[in-house]
Design a protein around this ligand. Structure first.
Ligand code: SAM
Length: 244
C-alpha cells in the first residue's frame, strides 16, 4: 500500500483501479472493458456490469486526481464511468477516491489512452467521452503528442455508440454520443478547432455545455480548472456530436 499525493494516508485503489499490466496480451485482440464493472469476488457491491449495452458507459481521458468522476458519477448511478490516466500516482489516487466515495460505477485504468483505444477497445461501447484540460504540449516540435487530433477523433468516433436519429427527449443525457472537450490553452484550442473541422464529415460541432456536476460559475470543476481559475485564465470548450 502506498501513500497519498497530498496527505500521509494509505492509498487503496482496491478493485476500482486497473493497472496496464492487468490488460490481456495485445495479440489477443480487443476485449470488452464493461466486464471490469463486475464486483470483486465475495463483495456485496451491486453488479453494475450487466447487461452490457443497456447500461451506458462513459469515458474520461486524463482523469488526473479524479475530481470530475468523484463529482459527476454519483449523480448518474445508472451510468458506468471509465477513467484513463497515464500517471500512476494520479490514477491510484483517483481509484482510491472512487473507493472512498463508494462509487461502484467508476473504474480507473492506468494506461496511455491512445494505445488503449486504438488496440484494446471494441467498436461502439462509449455513450460519451470527456477530455478536460489535456496537456497542451505548447512547443511546436511536441504538437504531435497532443491528444486531440483528427486521427484520434476518428478513433473516438469508432468507439462511440452509433448515433440515433434526432433525439427529442431533452435533458443533459439526451444529446447523442459525443465528446466534451475543455482547455485553458488558446493555441491548443485553435488546433482543436482545426482538427475538429477535419472530422466535420463525422462530427457536428456544438458549443460547450457544462455538466450538471459543475459548481456555480465553473465550466467543469476539475482540479486544473480550479487552479487555472485562480490565475484568471479564460476557458474554452466544444462538444463534438457523432453524426447519424
Ligand atoms: C493537465 S492534466 C488535467 C487533469 C484533469 N482532467 C483536470 O482537469 O484536473 C492532464 C492529465 O492527462 C493525463 N494524460 C496525458 N496524456 C495522457 C494519455 N495519453 N493517456 C492517459 N492520460 C493522459 C496526464 O497524466 C494528466 O494527469
Amino acid at each position: 500500500m502506498s501513500m497519498s499525493l497530498t496527505r500521509r494516508q494509505p492509498i487503496d485503489p482496491g478493485h476500482y483501479g486497473i493497472a496496464q499490466e492487468d490488460l490481456p496480451p495485445m495479440e489477443q485482440g480487443r476485449f470488452d472493458p464493461r466486464d471490469w464493472f463486475k464486483p470483486a469476488t465475495g463483495s456485496d457491491a451491486p453488479d453494475t456490469s450487466t447487461p452490457p449495452g443497456l447500461r451506458p458507459l462513459e469515458l474520461e481521458i486524463g482523469s488526473g486526481k479524479g475530481t470530475f468522476l468523484a463529482q459527476h458519477a454519483g449523480l448518474y448511478p445508472d451510468v458506468n464511468f471509465l477513467g484513463i490516466e497515464w500517471a500512476k500516482s494520479f490514477c491510484r489516487y483517483a481509484a482510491d477516491r472512487a473507493r472512498r466515495h463508494k462509487l461502484e460505477n467508476v473504474r480507473l485504468l492506468r494506461c496511455d489512452a491512445d494505445l488503449f483505444i486504438r488496440h484494446y477497445v471494441p467498436d461502439h461501447i462509449f455513450s460519451q467521452v470527456h477530455i478536460y484540460f489535456p496537456d497542451p504540449w505548447p512547443k511546436k516540435r511536441h504538437h504531435k503528442r497532443r491528444l486531440v487530433q483528427a486521427d484520434f477523433l476518428r478513433q473516438l468516433h469508432r468507439v462511440l455508440v452509433p448515433a440515433a436519429e434526432p433525439d427529442t427527449t431533452g435533458g443533459e443525457n439526451a444529446g447523442g454520443p459525443r465528446i466534451h472537450i475543455a482547455t485553458d490553452h488558446v493555441d491548443y484550442f485553435e488546433w482543436m478547432q482545426e482538427h475538429a473541422a477535419q472530422v466535420a464529415d463525422i462530427f457536428d460541432r456544438r458549443p460547450f455545455v457544462s455538466p450538471r456536476s459543475a459548481g456555480e460559475g465553473e465550466l467543469v470543476g476539475t482540479n486544473f480548472e480550479r487552479k487555472y481559475r485562480k490565475e484568471g485564465r479564460p476557458f474554452h470548450g466544444m462538444i463534438l456530436v457523432k453524426r447519424p
